[in-house]
Design a protein around this ligand. Structure first.
Ligand code: SF4
Length: 583
């Protein structure tokens, strides 16, 4: 991991060029090395390259960080990384900007102004880690004693690697069902669509290299689709890196960067992506363009589906699909291109042409993400889109669609179940028996499939439905900015005790009662379980390159807090020791 190199003044000047060194001396005379050079002192230069993993988006690209005399000076791509291949996006290269951001929170802060609001100065004052954690632990113990442990919520966003498991265990042992993620405003719609269609509640993976036709419903391939870096590389390969140039058709409400670069842009009305997919499916079935080997066929040779005409189940023998005849009879039978056109705004003749191209240009992929999913009908949109892959035989086919598996981890040597006390057990039991719901109501009778209903939190808390929250922890999420209609959170969260873990003064930090600043990703050990959209699992490891301030890895902080809680919870965390030990 570490490549150490020592250079004396002579070899440094030889390598860098005398003129360059002199210029640096003028520009950065305060830097210790340069200052020493300017004074003519022989100072050995300590250089090392630290291999790590970027965290600025879910791609988890491999990085190499150049550190000179304890100061990180450059980030490069790691050519040995399995899918970023030595490349980074601009954010990756610019990672030092955040490390050295002058506005970073450099030590724990405590709010002294009890009033919260957009224009309220929190009047933060620095405190020690012990002061902050002892106070928070005391408040949490009191809530437990009062039977209100369930009113403590943990809101998290980018739970990379083992971070999610750390929150899950902490909430389980403390006794709250409110381990709340943001996935309902992220990728849940496409995952739940796959769950409904074939039972796979996970990300899809795509064989982009071998695909010849991409029908993309709102997946921001060139902007932000995980893993961004790999998607950019795959796009380039599909367009110029091989003899056959794949066609890209972009379905999107806006003329996005991906739409600009695509061969064709289909500007659907918002939330109507599923209707377009259904119109395409209708054409594929009525024109007899479906893949017989995957879907099956009519017993009567040469028969096709006919608009307005139901099909008897016994007339069609399905191969690898299940329910096609029901889908036809109940949904597709009259979902003509004309009807799809009315709903989507895309001309019927375009729908027919795209359907023919998609079904006959093999292999083809129908894909999409938030553009189609971030609507109240998002899961249904994605069900219709994903089903197109089955119709044309692209499931598990060369150049088609697969599923993405996460890297398997070994279990810890101790089980958290063995450390649940009576309070934790009761909360767990009540939640499983629906006597106690989460504050976002995910997994309740109203939202049975939802992993999270992030957007419900402010209103539910404000209305006390099912109850009001007492305390919120936030980790890698900024609800006062990113929550849909965030003004609801600005109002609702005024009366909640908030512990924020960001090292940056976010909107949520301005409402915080404590800021327990996390380390930057270049400053900590942290594993990463990546979903590279390639099918194979990848795990990466962040390795600290530098450490600047009195910040702490939030995972270490939560383990420390667990120890301070005492009882069985404390026993568990004393046995775990530290996050580094867990890794
Ligand atoms: S694609 Fe994401 S993980 Fe990769 S360098 Fe850019 S921000 Fe970092």
């Amino acid at each position: 991991m570490f490549l150490e190199a020592k250079m004396d003044r002579r070899s440094f000047l030889k390598a860098a060029g005398v003129a360059g060194a002199a210029t640096l001396g003028v520009l950065a005379i305060e830097q210790p090395v340069i200052k020493a050079l300017a004074q003519g002192v022989e100072t050995p230069m300590q250089e090392k390259w630290v291999s790590s993993v970027c965290i600025q988006c879910p791609a988890g690209c491999g990085t190499k960080v150049r550190v000179i005399n304890g100061r990180a000076v450059k980030i490069e791509g790691n050519p040995e990384h399995p899918y970023s291949n030595g490349k980074l996006c601009p954010k990756g290269y610019a990672g030092l900007q955040l490390l050295y951001d002058v506005d970073r929170v450099k030590q724990p802060l405590k709010r002294t102004n009890p009033n919260k609001g957009k224009d309220e100065d929190p009047k933060f004052k620095p405190v020690t880690w012990d002061e902050a954690l002892d106070d928070i632990a005391a408040r949490m113990k009191k809530l437990r004693e009062e039977g209100k442990s369930h009113t403590v919520a943990f809101l998290s966003g980018r739970n990379r690697g083992s971070a999610g498991a750390v929150w899950t265990t902490f909430t389980k042992l403390y006794g709250t069902p409110n381990n709340l993620g943001h996935s309902s405003i992220c990728a849940d719609a496409s995952k739940k669509a796959r769950l409904c269609l074939d039972g796979t509640d996970d990300y899809a993976a795509y064989d982009w290299e071998n695909c010849n036709y991409v029908l993309n419903f709102g997946g921001a391939t060139l902007e932000a689709w995980r893993p961004t870096n790999l998607m950019l590389q795959r796009w380039a390969h599909m367009r110029r890196g091989r003899p056959v140039r794949a066609k890209q058709v972009m379905v999107d409400t806006r003329f996005s960067t991906t739409a600009i670069k695509a061969d064709e842009w289909l500007p659907v009305k918002p939330g109507t992506d599923g209707a377009l997919a259904l119109g395409i499916a209708h054409v594929i079935l009525t024109e007899g363009l479906w893949d017989r080997s995957f879907v099956g066929d009519f017993k009567e040779k040469g028969r096709k589906f006919r608009t307005g005409e139901t099909v008897a189940k016994e007339d069609f023998e399905e191969a690898w699909t299940s329910g096609l005849v029901d889908w036809w009879n109940n949904v597709l039978i009259n979902f003509t291109p004309a009807k799809a056109s009315e709903i989507t705004g895309i001309p019927a003749e375009t729908i027919i042409r795209v359907a023919r191209e998609f079904a006959t240009t093999k292999p083809a992929i129908a894909c999409g993400e938030r553009g189609a999913g971030a609507h109240t009908n998002g899961t249904y949109n994605h069900m219709a889109i994903h089903a197109l892959n089955a119709l044309v035989g692209s499931m598990f086919a060369l150049g088609g669609v697969m599923y993405q598996i996460g890297a398997p981890y070994a279990a810890l040597s101790i089980k958290d179940d063995d450390y649940m006390d009576d309070i934790a057990k009761k909360v767990d039991k009540d939640f499983k028996e629906h006597k106690l719901e989460r504050v976002d109501e995910a997994k309740s009778d109203e939202w049975p499939l939802a992993s999270n209903v992030y957007q419900n939190i402010p209103d539910n808390h404000a209305e006390g439905k099912p109850y009001k929250l007492s305390m919120i922890f936030t980790y890698y999420t900024n609800p006062l900015f990113s929550m849909p209609a965030p003004q609801r959170a600005w109002e609702a969260f005024k009366d909640v005790f908030i512990v924020e873990t960001s090292s940056y003064l976010s909107e949520t930090a301005l409402y915080a009662d404590y800021i327990l600043p996390d380390t930057y990703y270049l400053e900590r050990w942290h594993d990463d379980r990546v979903y590279p959209s390639t099918g194979y699992p990848v795990a990466g490891l962040r390795v600290p390159a530098v450490k600047l301030y009195d910040t702490r890895n939030s995972m270490e902080v939560i383990i420390d807090l667990g120890k301070r809680m005492g009882g069985k919870m404390g026993e568990y965390y004393n046995a775990i020791g530290s996050f580094e030990n867990m890794l």
